[in-house]
Design a protein around this ligand. Sequence first.
Ligand SMILES: [Zn+2]
Ligand SMILES: [Zn+2]
Length: 177
Amino acid sequence: MPIRKKKDAPELSGETKELHEEDRILSPELKKKAVETFEKFLAHGHYRSTSERFKVLEAVLNRPGHFNADELYAAMVMDRQRISRATVYSTLELLEKAALITKHNFRGDRSYYEIGFDEPHHDHLICVKCGHITEFIHPQLLSIRKQIADKAGLRVVDHTFQIFAECPEPGTCPHNS
Ligand SMILES: [Zn+2]
Ligand SMILES: [Zn+2]
């Protein structure tokens, strides 16, 4: 049962809003809801409900932004958690199935994850030189996707929009100093 809940539809006009890490920090209520969702998901799917799996979920919930499986594993080891790399990988797959996290491929061979149930929907601007990712909300994208789907007689459930760009000069990137 995904706990993604739609907030009131944002206005369909307006400026691009950049999101920052503090915008992505989850409230204790949302964290609790995520744990309950995962419990139900494991029970329904007849997966074992192990403490390791919930440790991985907790690490994810405390990590705003984008991460890959190895980064999460390294952070958990640094945090002196007893966890195997295989458990981190397999739990991330389960969390994705449970719609608690979203997987992205930012033009590379690696998958990146992020918390996927906090709304509103945001999109990504990726610097191909330094790898910096800017998260943004652009209200008009929501109206464009609706127009396109409406025309085809479909109902929008989700979209992905990624912009790849580069910093003008190596060494001058504000994110890469
Ligand atoms: Zn850059
Ligand atoms: Zn993101």
